[in-house]
Design a protein around this ligand. Structure first.
Ligand code: DOR
Ligand code: ZN
Ligand code: ZN
Length: 445
């Protein structure tokens, strides 16, 4: 598969010690970095051979034919995994393509992403999934794993043929909308349990929306906006947790945004329900008090109360939340230009996730770096049964981070076609300086 490598660095940074490398058909030694995973950090080297991690150790000796990269002062992690992105192809190439989305992911340190199925055509049959896979095989510079829909056309009326699709997709989701009918969800979970596949649910009860588009809280009341109540999310999670318990289905909750959702999932995990969940960088760092009259603050679910943000951080700390996923949801500038009421739902996130979380949570001591790395690597891998990790024998999917870099988020630097982010103009620390996919650089600063 061709892996397009960006030759320019739109962020304009020139990190010392990271001159252009061409490692094709050569071993590569990442020397003297701080190796980080969920279990801790240690000084060490990583030897990459034939696209795989050949060795990880404190002092790997440089041999001839080995290209050495000085990682002194840098952190080396397994490549990040985002189980929730929207790449818009096939169907809406003006918003994002598999190529631009995967380049943006590489820029953000990601080597594997799972692509949501609100596409045109919806990947709900072997043929439509094959069409998406063809584009992925042709254009993706990292691993892009497609979701299949839960229901035909994502209409919520008839389940897809899980058995016919399960070998072609990473999991099943109707993301973009919740499965409204209880009977439909029961049927889908029963079949998902039988097929041993993962159902990833966007939880949203349409009956409770009443035309809302930001959180139904202080800001909406003060500025005359229509609100979305938290129950529209946690009510459906509560229903699904009961169904998952009843059916034994592997159930993943997408983008949880409120304190009640954290509590319900914490309790369900404690009683053995097979549930995992994710939240996004924006829910962990922002709340309704940060809202501005601008479409770049609009996403679904919405930014909620400060107490919700705190409960999400708590849930990430205690393991209730398995993964940070961006819900990278690019739209055109015009679609995001109509303020809070009129703009499309969704913000981009792949190119800011790590620096934003590192700056807002790790530097102030609210979240250990190891826990953040785990939520970006082994957490999502475990939840979605994906291979990989910072261990000999695994694919050389690696992310090198400069923790000291300081820069300001400017959407003009994004490789994504989507530019709408609530973090525009924010000063951040840390930068992804190198992303290796199967040992090959797919991003380098
Ligand atoms: O903000 C969102 N954007 N939430 C969704 O559920 C869908 C997504 C999109 O596809 O744009
Ligand atoms: Zn969603
Ligand atoms: Zn989504």
């Amino acid at each position: 598969m061709p892996r397009p490598v960006p030759t320019t660095n739109p962020a304009g940074a020139a990190a010392e010690n990271f001159d252009a490398i061409n490692i094709k058909d050569m071993d590569l030694l990442l020397k003297g970095g701080t190796l980080i995973d969920g279990t801790g950090r240690r000084r060490g080297d990583v030897l990459v051979r034939d696209g795989r991690i050949a060795a990880v150790g404190p002092d790997i000796v440089e041999a001839s034919g080995v290209r050495t990269l000085d990682c002194g002062g840098k952190m080396v992690s397994a490549g990040f995994v985002d189980v929730h992105v929207h790449f818009r192809e096939p169907g809406q190439r003006y918003k994002e393509t598999i190529r631009t989305g995967s380049l943006a992911a590489a820029h953000g340190g990601y080597t594997t992403v799972c692509a949501m199925p609100n596409l045109d055509p919806v990947p709900d049959s072997p043929d439509t999934l094959a069409l998406e896979q063809e584009i992925i095989d042709r254009d993706a510079c990292i691993e892009v794993l497609p979701y299949a829909a839960i229901t035909r056309g994502r209409k919520g009326l008839e389940p897809v043929d899980f058995a016919a699709l399960k070998d072609r997709c990473v999991a099943f989701s109707d993301d973009g909308s919740g499965v409204q009918r209880d009977g439909m969800m029961l049927q889908a979970m029963t079949e998902a349990a039988r097929q041993e596949v993962i159902l990833a649910a966007h939880c949203e009860d349409n009956a409770l929306l009443h035309g809302g588009y930001i959180h139904d809280g202080r800001y909406a009341a003060a500025h005359g906006h229509k609100g979305i109540c938290s129950e529209s999310e946690w009510g459906q999670i509560r229903r699904d947790l009961a169904l998952a318990e009843q059916t034994g289905c592997r159930y993943h909750v997408c983008h949880i945004s409120c304190s009640e959702s954290v509590g319900l999932i914490r309790q369900a995990k404690a009683r053995g329900v097979r549930v995992t969940c994710e939240t996004g960088p924006h829910y962990l760092t922002l709340c309704e008090d940060d809202l501005q009259e601008d479409g770049r603050f609009k996403m679904n679910p919405p930014l909620r109360r400060a107490e919700d943000r705190e409960a999400l951080i708590e849930g990430l700390l205690d393991g209730t939340i398995d993964a940070v996923a961006t819900d990278h949801a690019p739209h055109s500038a015009e679609e995001k230009s109509r303020g809070l009421a009129g703009s499309a739902m969704g913000v981009v996130g792949l190119e800011t996730a790590f620096p934003v979380l590192y700056t807002a949570l790790v530097i102030p001591g609210r979240l250990p770096l190891e826990r953040l790395i785990e939520a970006l690597t082994d957490g999502p891998r475990r939840a979605f049964r994906l291979p990989g990790g910072l261990r000999p024998g695994e694919a050389a999917d690696l992310t090198v981070i400069d923790p000291d870099a300081a820069w300001t988020v400017d959407p003009a630097d994004f490789l994504s076609l989507g530019k709408a982010t609530p973090f525009a103009g924010q000063a951040v620390r840390s930068r992804i300086v190198l992303t290796l996919k199967d040992g090959e650089p797919v991003w380098q600063a």
